[in-house]
Each structure stands twice: as structure tokens, then as C-alpha cells.
Design a protein around this ligand. Structure first.
Ligand code: FE2
Length: 265
């Protein structure tokens, strides 16, 4: 197994900022999450509060200020973690208008836009809206497709998007079964069929429920699709996103199963 503790992981989807969305309410809880992430081998987190809450709470400038304050607190507490700016957008026609007027916020200022779609509905405009965002120069990253009901039933929906350059980010907790059997089955299928570019925590709390960690999930991904693909999803691609560089689609190459003949009884 790759030593992820030495080779830093990067989490591009985490609700770590205090008092802004359905992540932690207080600074203490955010700091507890930061300590967990560092202990897990994560060196940088893109803070991705929900876009609607960002707008309600002062917009981009206020978000920048919150991130700066949080990084100062991390330094004060000697927690070796860098927090970068991002947002989790909800894919909608309004988002398209925001993107057109330059108000959409990419991950760490890049052209990568983290997007979620409704968990139950797959609106008719989905594919077109993603395409329009691409025409504007953005690279959409679809957050947790394995938790979306329509993609669970019809993974070819995601395959079509990936073929057109949309990136997909699965959540570590789904691989470990924290979001139920359907999400787990779905993520395994997507991984085995080369439909996943990125793994992230989508952390919300320091509790076991939605922790800001990745290592255990990376190990599970490694067992499913091999070491190279796991490394690509947890290390190489997230760091490329943060740097605004090109992301690759890792290929599933699970370790060949060894056949041990049964010994006679
Ligand atoms: Fe999220």
C-alpha cells in the first residue's frame, strides 16, 4: 500500500469553516476537524461551503475573510493545514447566469467548479447547463454522483458526462458504506468502470458520521481499482485541481486475485 501519510493527500470538498453552512457551528469544532484531517495525512483542504449560504453571508469577499481568519487560527494552534477557498454550487440555470457575469467561485480560484445536483431529481437542463459552463471555460466537477438516485439507476448518465469532459468526485464515506448500500454499490460500479477522477471527504463534522478524512476510503478504493488509481484520485488529481493543472482519468487496475487451490480435507 502507498504510504499516504508521507505523500500528502488533498481534500477538494469539505465543509470545514465554522458558522456558515451545515458544517461545524463553532471554531472549536472546525479546529477539531482540522486536527483529524492532519492526523489522517491531509495537508490542504479546499473549504467548500454551499453557495447559497455564501451569498447569504456576505459573498466572495466575506468568504475570503473567513478563510483568512481560519488559516490564522490554524497557525496560532500550530495545526499544519492549509485551507483554500472554494464553494459547492448547486447546478441550476441561476448558476449559469452567475457564471456568465463572473460570480461563480472556482476551487482555489481555478476554472474547476464543484457542483452538486439534486439527489432525487435529474433536471432536464442538467447536461445543457454543464455544457454551457464548459463553453464559458469552466471544468465542472460533479460532487458525489454515487449518491444521486438517477445516476445510481443509470450510471450511463455519468458516463455520457465524463465522455464530454465533466469530472466526477466521489465521497470517501460512500465507499465505506456510510451513505447506505445503494451509494456503496454505485460508487463501486463507477470506480470499476473508470468514471471517477477524484475522491474527497465532503466532511461536515468531527464525528464518525461525516469526518474530514480520506485514508480509510483510499485503502478501500485501492483494493477495488488498484494503487495507481487510488493515488491519482486522492493525491495527483486533487493537487492538479488546486494548481489549476490538468486532471487525468485513472484506469481501474485491481490487483490480480490469486487463486489458492483448496487443500484436501
Ligand atoms: Fe458537500
Amino acid at each position: 500500500m502507498v504510504e499516504y501519510g508521507v505523500m500528502a493527500m488533498y481534500d477538494i470538498h469539505c465543509h470545514i469553516l465554522p458558522g456558515i453552512d451545515d458544517g461545524p457551528e463553532k471554531m472549536e469544532e472546525s479546529l477539531a476537524m482540522a486536527r483529524m484531517a492532519v492526523a489522517d495525512g491531509i495537508r490542504a483542504i479546499v473549504a467548500t461551503p454551499h453557495a447559497a449560504r455564501v451569498v447569504e453571508k456576505g459573498g466572495k469577499d466575506a468568504l475570503e475573510q473567513r478563510i483568512s481568519t481560519f488559516n490564522q487560527e490554524l497557525q496560532t494552534q500550530a495545526i499544519e493545514l492549509k485551507v483554500l477557498m472554494g464553494v459547492e454550487h448547486l447546478l441550476s440555470m441561476e448558476l449559469l447566469q452567475e457564471a456568465q457575469r463572473g460570480a461563480a467561485i472556482g476551487l482555489n480560484g481555478s476554472r474547476y467548479l464543484l457542483l452538486e445536483i439534486d439527489f432525487l431529481q435529474y433536471p432536464a437542463y442538467t447536461d445543457d447547463a454543464l455544457f454551457q459552463l464548459q463553453l464559458l471555460g469552466f471544468v465542472p466537477i460533479l460532487a458525489h454522483p454515487e449518491r444521486q438516485a438517477n445516476i445510481q439507476k443509470r450510471p450511463e448518465l455519468l458516463a455520457g458526462l465524463v465522455a464530454r469532459g465533466v469530472l466526477s468526485q466521489v465521497t470517501g464515506g460512500s465507499v465505506l458504506g456510510y451513505f447506505g448500500k445503494e451509494a456503496q454499490r454505485s460508487v463501486e460500479h463507477l470506480l470499476r468502470n473508470n468514471l471517477v477522477h477524484l475522491l474527497a471527504s465532503d466532511g461536515h463534522t468531527s464525528s464518525q458520521n461525516r469526518p474530514p478524512v480520506m485514508m480509510e476510503a483510499v485503502a478501500a478504493v485501492e483494493r477495488l481499482v488498484g494503487e495507481d488509481a487510488a493515488h491519482c484520485m486522492a493525491v495527483a488529481n486533487p493537487s492538479a485541481v488546486i494548481a489549476g493543472a490538468t486532471v487525468t482519468l485513472p484506469e481501474s487496475r485491481p490487483a490480480r486475485r490469486r487463486f489458492f487451490p483448496r487443500l484436501g480435507r
